[in-house]
Design a protein around this ligand. Structure first.
Ligand code: SD4
Length: 328
């Protein structure tokens, strides 16, 4: 477990000086006053958060916007060649192409996404541009690439030597059958800032050695990511086909709306999926993290092995093990 202390953020004094508590609904104001809120806070999937969360924290601790924080955070992972499920260095599809999916969503329900995007290192920033510069939510493939180039992004080769070697080994050992790979490293990140604004981002190269053109849950609003500032936010990693099927992230937010905590909400949706699909989930992993509007968090997975990174003013950046439903 790694732990880095961070500077304190003056949340209470911020609330006092901005009169923020007066702007919130009575119960939220009460919850803030009673000290139950934990603003700012960042949670992200896997241990990649140990590198990514500090970039998000740097923005939040300066009083910045959660949307800027999650974008800056996951860009660190997109740049990291050691993360073989995201951006530069991501594993290619079975034909040797690195194809990227990403989406982003803010506290007002604004969202943007790109899917099946190639040769652009930071799909999360292209997703944000789709949100801010177009009337649409999602662009895919050639259209997403054309849009990125029109926005000044540069084309580059994202296939590292390490990823190419892994692909060639896979080709030798397998029968060109698209794989449901057990290893996952997609980054989904949720943050709440000192003004109580939630945002989320999710970015991936998808399942390694997938079929060309396959898109997972990560760029799909409601599956890989969902944010509703009245309630909370959720994001996912694992076998995207399952998250799409159960509209996982949106369902978790709905569970929180019914009064469940982020932890209970993640558990409820994974149990529901398991009861529904059981043996069809053989060899598949499904993992969620969630945060409510107070900055309280939860995490749960179908199988053991899921870790996440939590950053708070009190605790610094901590790698945590999620609880899970099945023994293996
Ligand atoms: C996908 N959910 O494309 C992603 C994969 C993933 O870490 O999470 N990998 O299905």
């Amino acid at each position: 477990m790694e732990k880095n202390r961070q500077p304190e953020v003056g949340r209470r004094s911020f609330l006092k000086t901005t009169g923020m508590a007066a702007l919130c609904g009575p119960s939220l104001a009460q919850e803030i006053a009673s000290g139950e809120s934990r603003w700012p806070c960042v949670i992200s999937t896997w241990n990649s958060g140990l590198k990514a969360n500090p970039a998000a924290w740097a923005i939040l601790s300066g009083g910045g916007w959660a949307l800027d924080a999650v974008e800056a955070g996951v860009r660190v992972t997109e740049d990291d060649p050691e993360d073989m499920s995201v951006g530069y260095g991501g594993l290619p599809d079975r034909d040797g192409h690195v194809t990227l999916d990403a989406c982003i969503m803010d506290h007002e329900g604004n969202c943007g996404a790109v899917a099946f995007l190639q040769n652009i290192r930071h799909p999360i920033t292209v997703a944000r541009r789709v949100m801010e510069k177009t009337p649409h939510v999602m662009l895919v493939g050639e259209g997403a690439l054309r849009f990125a180039l029109s926005q000044g992004f540069q084309k580059e080769n994202l296939l590292t030597e390490k990823a190419r070697e892994a692909w060639q080994k896979w080709l030798q050992d397998n029968d060109y059958k698209p794989q449901v790979r057990p290893g996952h490293d997609t980054i989904g990140m949720l943050a709440i800032d000192v003004q109580g604004r939630l945002s989320g981002a999710c970015t991936t190269s998808g399942l390694g050695f997938k079929m060309h053109g396959r898109v997972g849950d990560s760029p799909i609003i409601g599956a890989g990511l969902y944010v509703d500032n009245n309630v909370g936010a959720a994001t996912a990693t694992g076998n995207g086909e399952e998250m799409i099927r159960c509209a996982g992230s949106a369902m978790i937010v709905e569970q929180m709306r019914q009064g469940r905590s982020p932890q209970e909400a993640c558990e409820a949706i994974i149990r529901r999926l398991y009861n529904w699909r059981k043996e069809k989930l053989q060899g598949r992993q499904v993992c969620f993290i969630a945060m409510d509007r107070l900055g309280q968090t939860g995490a749960f997975s179908l199988r053991p092995g899921f870790e996440y990174t939590l950053s708070t003013a009190e605790g610094g950046h901590r790698l945590m093990k999620a609880s899970y439903l099945l023994d293996r």
